[in-house]
Design a protein around this ligand. Sequence first.
Ligand code: ATP
Ligand code: MG
Length: 260
Amino acid sequence: MRVSKNLLEISRLSKRFGGLPALSEVSFRAARGQVTALIGPNGAGKTTLLNCLSGVIKPDAGEILFDGANIAGMSAPRVARLGISRTFQNLRLFPRLSVLDNVLCGLTVQAGDSFLEALLRLPGLRNRERRLKLTALEALNTFGLADKAALPAGVLSYGDKKRVEMARAFVSQPVLTLLDEPVAGLNPEETAQIAGLIRQMRMYGKTMILVEHDMEMVMGVSDQVVVLDGGCRIAAGTPDEVRVNPLVLEAYLGRMSLTA
Ligand SMILES: Nc1ncnc2c1ncn2[C@@H]1O[C@H](COP(=O)(O)OP(=O)(O)OP(=O)(O)O)[C@@H](O)[C@H]1O
Ligand SMILES: [Mg+2]
């Protein structure tokens, strides 16, 4: 069987909220093992697109081919079982749970324990629990959080919390990971650290969709950049192509002049 170079093929994806278009016939492809960045001014539709991809919301029209199968309109748990994981623009951690338990949550999708097994605490389940814990600890190590495993997630710095979200998104060995603004609110040092982790995940062969406003970071880690403005795709190409695209400059300059 021929394996397509593209893991994801989005065609004419549309979504409206109360009659207002958030996405209008957006199409693009994401190649396996690459980082595809999705950029655009506030309200461009980036998070809406990630929400459609991860099953959080249903698109009104269009196709999302993931590994050749249309997943548009599928529920979030089904999408997660297919191997799509994500982080959230606004952190979604359990503040009272330990960092380790927060990351373990990323593995429950595949655990598949039965209620009876859990009730009887059968040895098979206990072994599995041990294995899951080891996997979560490995992820914490990769993301530089090993020494914080036992702390409640709520007491961590904002930068550490962002990395816990990433560890949770990658712990299940996902096929595709969606990162919604992983460096928003971080200082330059923390930003460089996350950029390094994204490059490391890419080296491991991970496919990622990265939504981010930090242009320097985006241009430094992405293979392809897709630009949205007002729900429409206005450009796509390599970072160098997009950087000098007049439509992109206009979209960003327009925003800057509005905020100036
Ligand atoms: N659940 C919702 N209900 C109603 N309108 C929504 C909803 N989610 C998004 N929108 C609207 O859809 C448009 C696109 O929003 P979206 O959050 O996708 O933008 P974004 O590109 O992620 O912006 P930002 O960079 O600020 O995160 C906006 O006009 C927003 O107000
Ligand atoms: Mg957003």
